[in-house]
Design a protein around this ligand. Structure first.
Ligand SMILES: NC(=O)c1ccc[n+]([C@@H]2O[C@H](COP(=O)([O-])OP(=O)(O)OC[C@H]3O[C@@H](n4cnc5c(N)ncnc54)[C@H](O)[C@@H]3O)[C@@H](O)[C@H]2O)c1
Length: 255
């Protein structure tokens, strides 16, 4: 799939992996629309790269995501690339000395990470399905979702996050199968520990501990390495229905 001349919709685009992806796709010639919450867009301020338009929307809202997708369609540039990076994570055990896990907290993590990813995928796929095909195979577009290595080996306290990311990983094959007849590929990236604003506040000692746990290269991943993998997936027409770990061979310990 050619990036140049395509429109891309990236969620969570005001920060971290989404921001790096929006920039990389714009640099590669895409017309990029980024979805994020208003407060995160305000925080991003003037740092939004050229070629990226941020649109306030909550990924869990039918109406807001529909409006954002309409905005892309109205640009006249065919929507072909969708990258789901919006996500949240809270720590909490099923049972701790404070009692059972808060049910609303669990619901929120599932709603943003899993339902939000599904919501964007279904509405964006509808728009992509209305575009012309780009090649003799009938290809129209590609969706890249973001899971986490916590989908496979969640740590103590990651029950809600792991469940949500396991759901994202699990959607990959059925989504690829559902959307095959529209010429839309679906792949998922499962990152290890990436150096995003989430880690900005940690001590040097804590960071060194995280880095030491990564076999090779023994450092945190960089947001642009995630964006590079998105670009590779978009450009590689035979990658479909796959969950790709990007983690320096990290396998998370229980804690
Ligand atoms: N950074 C890591 O180490 C890491 C590792 C594995 C997976 N991930 C996943 O990658 C994705 C991006 O993470 P990040 O590190 O860039 O985080 P981040 O916090 O820097 O960015 C996430 C963005 O999502 C937005 N967002 C949250 N809820 C939203 C909603 N309801 N609607 C719209 N936007 C919403 C936030 O406003 C924020 O701008 C997340 O899904 C995260 O779970 C990150």
């Amino acid at each position: 799939m050619e990036i140049q001349g395509s429109a891309a919709l990236v969620t969570g685009a005001a920060s971290g992996l989404g921001a790096a992806t929006a920039k990389r796709l714009a640099d590669a010639g895409a017309t990029v629309f980024g979805i994020d919450l208003q407060q995160s867009i305000d925080k991003a301020g003037d740092s939004v790269p050229a070629g990226v338009t941020l649109v306030p929307a909550d990924v869990t809202s039918d109406a807001e995501v529909k409006a954002a997708v309409d905005r892309v369609v109205e640009s006249g540039v065919p929507l072909r690339i969708v990258v789901n990076c919006a996500g949240v994570g809270w720590a909490g055990r099923i049972l701790s000395k404070h009692g059972p896990h808060d049910l609303e907290l669990f619901r929120t993590v599932i709603t943003v990470n899993l339902l939000g990813t599904f919501n964007v995928m279904r509405l964006a796929a509808d728009a992509i399905s209305r575009t012309e095909t780009v090649d003799e195979t009938g290809q129209r577009g590609v969706v890249v979702n973001t899971a986490s290595v916590a989908a496979f080996e969640g740590q103590i306290g990651q029950i809600a996050y792991s469940a949500s990311k396991g759901g994202v990983a699990g959607m990959t094959v059925p989504a690829a199968r559902d959307l095959a007849k529209f010429g839309i590929r679906v792949d998922t990236i499962a990152p290890g520990i990436i150096d995003t604003p989430m880690l900005a506040g940690v001590t040097d000692e804590y960071r060194a501990g995280l880095e030491a746990g990564v076999p090779f290269p023994s450092r945190l991943g960089r947001p642009d390495e995630y964006a590079q993998l998105v670009q590779m997936i978009v450009e590689h027409d035979y990658l479909n229905g796959e969950v790709i770990r990007m983690d320096g061979a990290l396998r998370m310990a229980p804690r």
